[in-house]
Design a protein around this ligand. Structure first.
Ligand SMILES: [Zn+2]
Length: 245
């Protein structure tokens, strides 16, 4: 079974290099997202000789309050990559106070991506799905970039709006553990579904999830949609190919 982990923080595991090698050996398409553009160089060096691991250039919304000045570095590096993430907005209680700054930075990220063309973004949208979609509509004219909403927790109406805007959704096993999450995932267009671990921020058993554990999400997703695991895995791989074509 060919697996896709479209959102994993490989550089936050002590065994970073081992995990890059493991994804490559097992043929798991892994998008290594980063939280600061300062992490780009090392991530990209490790991934550049692989067939299956790709690095995304990020500036995490939860770090924007302290690190917003790194947007200049982010912008300088943008030409080097097709993948962008983790970027987005977080309006949860801990980060709400930086929403103005987050909005300014995310707007700039979107504007740069629209200008460059051809980028694929992995987007964080905690308690901010409508705002994220507003900014996408305002800043990115049709087709100038593609969007993957990671660990989407918005409403069913937000999800429909996102799907109408062409967004994909990367779904992890933790989302599929609640009735609400399963109902949401069942309502998404099947051709927009991808899988992720968001490791090491999720766990598989008693340890942080690693890319190979994305098999759990595939299994749960297939169950939620009433299809076989093989069909689920094939669908996700096909969606990845369409996204990256
Ligand atoms: Zn993440």
């Amino acid at each position: 079974m060919r697996l896709v982990d479209f959102h994993c923080h490989l550089d936050l595991y002590p065994e970073f290099e081992t995990l890059v090698a493991e994804s490559e050996r097992l043929g798991i398409f892994t998008l290594a997202v980063t939280t600061t553009p300062k992490a780009w160089a090392r991530n990209n060096k490790l991934a550049s000789s692989t067939k299956y691991v790709r690095t995304a250039l990020g500036l995490h919304p939860q770090l924007v309050a302290e690190r917003w000045r790194e947007i200049d570095l982010w912008e300088r590096l943008l030409d080097e990559t097709r993948y962008v993430g983790e970027v987005g907005l977080d309006a949860g209680p801990r980060y709400y106070s930086s929403m103005d700054r987050q909005t300014e930075i995310f707007r700039r990220v979107l504007r740069c991506c629209a200008q460059a063309g051809g980028k694929i973004l992995s987007i964080h949208s905690v308690r901010a799905a409508p705002k994220v979609l507003d900014l996408i509509e305002e800043e990115v004219p049709n087709g100038r970039a593609k969007f993957v909403l990671h660990w989407f927790t918005g409403s069913a109406a937000d999800a429909r709006r996102a799907a109408d805007l062409g967004c994909y959704f990367s779904v992890n096993s933790q989302m599929l553990q609640t009735d609400r999450g399963r109902a949401l995932v069942s309502s998404l267009p099947v051709e927009r579904l991808l899988t992720e671990t968001d490791g090491p921020f999720t766990s598989d058993g008693d340890r942080p999830a690693r890319p190979r554990d994305v098999a759990t999400a595939v299994r749960q997703l297939a169950t939620a949609r009433g299809i076989s695991i093989e069909d689920g895995a094939e669908t996700i791989l096909r969606n990845l190919k369409t996204l990256t074509a």
